[in-house]
Design a protein around this ligand. Structure first.
Ligand code: 6GU
Length: 225
């Protein structure tokens, strides 16, 4: 899978992609990640990447020319399954969408900044608009990092133990059960007896019950679906 990210702040994305799971996916050659600085495409003599909005509203908009040239440049090199604009007015991200995107070959992500991008670029190039929740970030970069992490970790082969990604909260539509590790008693706190029983069927049933109980308490909306 190849992911191209267009941003005015590549430095904000370098950290999250240089450690842990995303780094491993890249190292294993399963993910080909490219950051593109929109400023590099600016033909303005000061390399400007923002512009004032028509209508006189406060704030700035990502300038038309550099972003359009960046998108066109990438389109001239390959076809994209999705061109995603990260924006608080997009579709709210969930695991189902992440699973679907993890099957793509090429994804382009556009990080908004300032008041966003010109609506005509959304109309003509963007195929999917994604929000990561109902709150406002300063730009799309952290949302792109979240989306990329969520996608990359379920690309087959990135996580060693395949089961581990499949038993996450949300992967089967409910929350994950509690987990415990050694020792069986620590500081007087005991691990639930059933987990020490060695009876795998009993343990599976207990985990399922705990998962449903936790989901009922914390996220009843998930069970209504
Ligand atoms: Cl994708 N962008 C921004 N700027 N804020 C957000 C968001 C995206 N998702 C939630 N809040």
């Amino acid at each position: 899978m190849r992911i191209d990210i267009l941003t005015v702040l590549p430095v904000l994305l370098q950290g999250p992609f240089s450690v842990s799971i995303v780094k491993r996916g890249i190292k294993k050659g399963l993910v080909d990640l490219h950051l593109h600085d929109i400023r590099d495409f600016s033909k303005d003599k000061h390399n400007k990447v923002d512009d004032a909005p028509f209508g006189g509203a406060a704030g700035m908009v990502l300038a038309m020319q550099p972003l359009h040239d960046a998108i066109t440049h990438l389109h001239s090199e390959r076809q994209y399954d999705e061109v995603i604009f990260l924006t608080p007015d997009g579709e709210r991200l969930n695991q189902g969408r992440v699973n679907q995107l993890s099957l793509c070959g090429n994804i382009m992500m556009i990080c908004g900044h300032y008041k966003g991008i010109d609506q005509r670029l959304r109309d003509h190039f963007v195929t999917l608009e994604i929000s990561i929740g109902d709150y406002v970030l300063s730009g799309g970069e952290l949302a792109a990092a979240v989306l990329t992490d969520a996608i990359v970790r379920i690309v087959p082969g990135v996580i060693g133990n395949e089961m581990s990604a499949l038993t996450d909260s949300f992967q089967d539509g409910i929350l994950a059960p509690p987990v415990y590790t050694r020792p069986a008693e620590y500081n007087g706190w005991k691990v639930p007896e059933v987990l020490l029983s060695g009876d795998h069927e009993k343990i599976r049933k207990w985990e399922e019950e705990e998962a449903i109980k936790r989901t009922k308490e914390r996220r009843p909306d998930l069970l209504d679906r």
